[in-house]
Ligand binder design. Structure first.
Ligand code: NI
Length: 167
């Protein structure tokens, strides 16, 4: 396993639309394992493959405090959604920025797991928000896109400055 480098906003590669995975093979399983190691190292609670420069529809999430409850979603699709909730979100691709985003409160997601088998999961609260946040990444969308234009400009300036300092 290996920790992969996470792309940071406003990198244009975060805007690509990810391709469906045709088959969950060794390459995809390695990607999943590396993504898991990457969130545990960061640390973070979720990661989508485009964030590590792989334009494929793969997501990993672990919202547990003990960091031993990994959810893997390959080709995830939200098939039902209900209600509304507003939670403060952050993103490993937008370091140091946190803001409120309103999303569905309860969802049903259908996806394939690491074993290639299709499953359905009912999720609510933080897990539901996190799944929606990560699926957005597969569409080239970031949580900052939900913020006002003025806030987006501030985030962009702040991150561009951080990146210059980090060079
Ligand atoms: Ni994110």
């Amino acid at each position: 396993m290996a920790i992969r480098k996470i792309l940071h906003y406003p990198d244009s590669r975060l805007r690509r639309i990810a391709e469906p995975v045709e088959r969950v093979n060794d390459e995809i399983r390695t990607l999943i394992d590396d993504m898991a190691e990457t969130i545990y190292d960061a640390p973070g609670i979720g990661l989508a493959a485009p964030q590590v420069d792989v334009a494929q529809r793969v997501i990993v999430i672990d919202i547990s405090e003990t960091k031993n409850d990994l959810h893997v979603f390959v080709n995830p699709e939200i098939i039902t959604h209900e209600g509304e909730q507003t939670l403060e979100e952050g993103c490993l691709s937008v370091p140091g920025i946190y803001d409120n985003v309103t999303r569905a409160e309860r969802i049903t997601v259908r996806a394939k797991g690491r074993d290639g088998k299709t499953f359905e999961l009912h999720a609510s609260g933080l897990l539901a928000a996190c799944i929606q946040h990560e699926i957005d990444h597969l569409e080239g969308k970031l949580f900052v896109d939900y913020l006002s234009r003025l806030k987006q400009q501030r985030v962009r300036k702040k991150l561009e400055k951080q990146q210059r300092l980090a060079m």
